[in-house]
Structures are given as C-alpha cells and as structure tokens.
Unconditional design. Sequence first.
Lengths: 218, 205
Amino acid sequence: MKALLLRDLQIALRAGGGFGHGVAFFLIVCTLVPFGVGPDTAVLGRIAPGILWLGALLACLLSLDRVFSRDFDDGTLDALVTAPLPMEAVVLAKAGAHWITSALPLVVVAPVLGVLLNLAPATLPIVILSLLIGTPALSMIGAFGAALTLGHRRGGLLLSLLVLPLYVPTLIFGAVAVARFGSSASVTTPILLLAGLTLACWAILPFAAAAAIRVNLR
Amino acid sequence: MTLRVSALNCMRGDLPVLSDVTFGVTPGQALALTGPNGVGKTTLLRTLVGLQPSDGGSISLAADQFAYCGHANAVKSALTVHENLSFWAAVYGTELRDSVLVSLNLASLRDRLAAHLSSGQLRRLGLARIALSARPVWALDEPTVGLDDASRGLLDAMIGDHLAKGGMAVIATHAEIAVAADVLDVSRFQAEPPRRMSEFDEAFV
C-alpha cells in the first residue's frame, strides 16, 4: 500500500503527471473572480471564503477521472486486483495520493490567493484549517465516483454529476466555518462536522469503491 | 498441489461463454489453451484468477495462487523499467533480483523510461512481473504477442524454469510454446447460446 502511494506520487511528479493542473485552475478562478465581481473590496472580502472553497473543490474535481482510469487502461488495475493487496487498500492509497498531489497544493496556495480576494488576514488560519480538514473528504468521495464510472467512455461528465451533490455538505460546512469566523461566531460546530464528514468518508467509502471496481472489471 | 478445474461455467457480461470446462494441471506441467478468436480463452483465464465470477463449477486453487498477465502489460510509462518492477516486487512482497531482469534480457534497459520501450520490450517487462510474483500458477494471456524469436526463446526458458521448480502454467496462445506440451482446445466447451433472452436484457447486449 505504501509502495502504491509512493509510486503514484512519483508518477504525478514526473512530466505529464498533472501535478500542477489543479493549482493552475485554482489560480485562474481566484484571479478572474475579482474581475468578474468588480473592484469593491468589501464585497470581495465577504465572498472570498466561498470562492476559495469553491475553487478548491472544482480544482479537485479536475483530476478525479485520472484516479483509476489510467491504471484501468494499462492493465495495472487487473494486476492489482489479483495481487495480495486488498482492493480497499488500493482505494485508500489512490485517494491518499490524489489528496497529496491535487488537494494539498491547493491548501498551500490558498493563503496567497486569499490576498487577491481581499480575504481578511486574520481568517487565514481558519481557511487553511478548514481546507486541510475538508479536502480529504473530497478526494475520497472523488475516488468513489471514479471507481463507479470506471471503464465508461467519457465517464468524466458522469463522474462530475455523481460527485458534485456529494461534495455539497463538505462545501457548506467548510465555507460556513470560515464565514462564521469572519463574523466572530464560534467555528467549533462546522469544523467538527467537517471532520466528521471526512472521517466517515474515509471509513466507509473504500469498501464501496472497492466493490464498484470489482464489478466494473468484469 | 495440483490445479483441478471441474465443470466450470464461464460468463462474459451475463452471457455464458464456456460451459463444463474440465481440466487438470499438475506441478511442472504447462497447459496451452487454444481455439479461435473470441471463443473464451481470455474469459477462462480471467475466471481462474478471480477477475470474473463463474456460474457454477469448481477450481481447486484459490485466486491468490495465480499470477495473471493479460493483454495489457500493467506498465507505467512514466517510470523506468527498474522502478516498474520494484513496485510490483513490493506489492507481491518479493525481492527484485537481477536474475529476473537478465532472464528476459531487460538488464541493459534497467534505467530506461517505459515510455521509450518498444512493444516487444514492454511485453517482456509485463512478463517480468509474473516472474516476480512467486505464485505457483502462471495464467498468461497471449504472452508471445509482439515478441521476436529470441524473446520467445527467453519466455520459453522462463516458463521452463518455473515448471522445473514445480510451478504450473496455463497459457492462452496461438503460437507454439515449446514447454507447453499439453494442448486444450477451448472451443469444445463452447456454451449454448441462451435460448430466451428477456427484452430487458436484450437492450443491454
């Protein structure tokens, strides 16, 4: 399982691995929003948490169809299913690799892009915290969606449609946590709910995703 | 330990492809599966290794006794030959010895990216994974595709070595495999087409 995680990171970092795609997309969203909304800093500051969360979520979505499809195409998935590694562990490693290569860079650049959106500096820690706690759920839900749509031609659209509604709770609690912090309200509840969502996803979805992969390989 | 398959029914999708497949393989024996295209050789191999469910029948060995190499090579083009193999060695919990690379003439390609290999070289790399698996039964699907005569010789030697150690092999092939003395024509097990198909199923066929 560790070998699989390391291999996926290695592939992502090599040329054509798609390591920078998500960050580039996140950058585009956060740069263009001020142009679209207008230069009113008060408005920008108010919507900044939502935009950051939305941008991160869409950037995550961008790389989801690659989670299993490449391994499916080149026969690696067949070999992994017949290998001594349980499929659930494969899903965990794959979702983990997706989080490290696609979501973690977003968490790192979010403070910088927050400046573009006139995000109050005091709210930066809570933005980072909420993204750190919330994005693993996005990766695992995404891996589940990718497992469900495995082997379907042009499965990307179906994947987005399947996954987006499942992303809504994470988005709501993430953005609410940041917004409540901005208005000096307690953030404990949304952060705890966010953490609960993430933990539940990582506990339950590997089994569902593994079952979906086994069915789709037939 | 012998491989004994009895009255196995294989399906592709929900359609029966082969029925009543019965054969046995003893240690040191390699069995070649032959038959025209589409008869179900791949389906039979995938059923043996547990990638597809069977519809009745029995296989004496569990799926984790098989090492399966399908049409695709399970090779990552962004990694080198050595990185590809050491990954599989880690997955199978075995050690990557240089002898595996040498036996398939991959030693000189050790640090080359798989993206820069020819299709025959990729096939050899794919087959090297099987040698790493340390499993008693090799299930190989068209292993000679893309291989030149010299490489086929290497493959023969590799399988022969596995058999000499008491291993078994089931090989779907159209080519001659010198070490596989026993040949099973899969077309004799061809399943009857289903007599009646409901309209609901028909929409998906």
